[in-house]
Design a protein around this ligand. Sequence first.
Ligand SMILES: [Zn+2]
Length: 497
Amino acid sequence: MLRLYNTLTHKIEEFQPLNPPNVGYYSCGPTVYDFAHIGHARTYIFADVLQRVLEFNGYKVKRVMNITDVGHLTSDSDSGEDKMEKGAKREGKTVWEIAKFYTDDFFLMLDKLNIKRPEIICKATDYIKEMIDLIKKLEEKDYTYKLADGIYFDTSKLPDYGKLTGQTFEKLQKTLKAGARVDVVEGKKYPTDFAMWKFTPPDVKRQMEWDSPYGRGFPGWHIECSAMAMKHLGDTIDIHTGGVDHVPIHHTNEIAQSEAATGKPFVKYWLHADHLLVDGAKMSKSLGNYYRVKDLEEKGFSPLALRYLYLTANYRTQLNFTWESMKAAQTAYDSLKSQISDLLPRRQAGKSQIAERSALSEEKLDKINKFRDEFTQAINDDLNTAQGLSVVWKVVKSNIPSEDKYDLLLLFDEVLGLDLKNIELRVKNQELRIPEEINKLVKKREEYRRQGNFKESDRVREVIAEKGYSVQDTPGGPIIISNIFIKKLIDSQGNSD
Ligand SMILES: [Zn+2]
């Protein structure tokens, strides 16, 4: 039984999708005006783990993620600049150019972190018609009003506005008023009211603008997600995720628009990942504690070690990133990979006995089943990946046969996504990186093997060995291992024990 914390009900609930085994799942995606940082990485790893846990439980997940390439303003109060137009100005490029550039970079980051691509990825600018249709519907139902700068949603007309926050309507007005800067939009009936369509100001030429029945302009950020989520997943969807900072405004307003338009619940389960802190503070460029995955790589860390680090913490608590914790995660991750690479030859030599239960003693079979149950229980307990990792280490240290260990760990990795199968060992130092020369030799050897010329392929293997590397053939292709690296790894483990 899968249990998840639902922000909407403020409690842990048993997950029951509307239409099992199908699950409709929407994740808020990036605004592509700048690079994504390691705080974003945490949210997307959480969303990925959730998808994997659902699949592990046998659900068929249809996941949608948006790319916001218009309409996300620098201020939450409907004033301020469009982040995209601002980014384009900063770089002297067109908005379309920067959208493409940062979208590509975002997906590069996802790939490095072994995050699965959602089935549907939608750019806001491709759904302007759907957004206008949604606004029209809300206009017909009398939820809208017009101000000089746009079309607004009247939040006082929705009886349960703000329910995601757990606060009353009155309390929300006060909170917003207290937090508002001087640039409040004039004429707003309530501080919580928000723009669904913004007009291009007179004598301004925006790069991104569209005609609408209300005037030339561009959509608000919240309407984008409502329109795209309902377009692909229907009026009511099972799961919606995002960062916890989206709760009070973005997600609250997504709910308001969608439910006002359809009269139905918009989302059954809302899940949110908490913030990442760096050295105890909020990450910011001005504090100098702002990091991208690429910065970590440049310091010699692997992106998957960052993933490992994030899996050691509960997604609903703040996580404090420090270089110490990063180093510890890298060591643990390397150690896990090396243990698995050690299991592989034995896995290939012998068949896994999980498949042939009769060959195993009662005691070992029992253990295997217990590990599997323990892992499943952990991840099904509101994605307790930290507990899941502890089961991983228990398996590593257990006395069950190597080939079964290997299979169990790979099974767990379907959820953890640590790419444990790929044991091309990560190299810590420049000197240990697999040189191009060796890669070429390995390719050459592969060619000989394909041609059936084993005499030549053996000769090349010897050349490779003389240069300090060994090649292991696996069903997924050859793996190159640096003998110096193995030695260093063993030495370093000896020291840390
Ligand atoms: Zn969104």
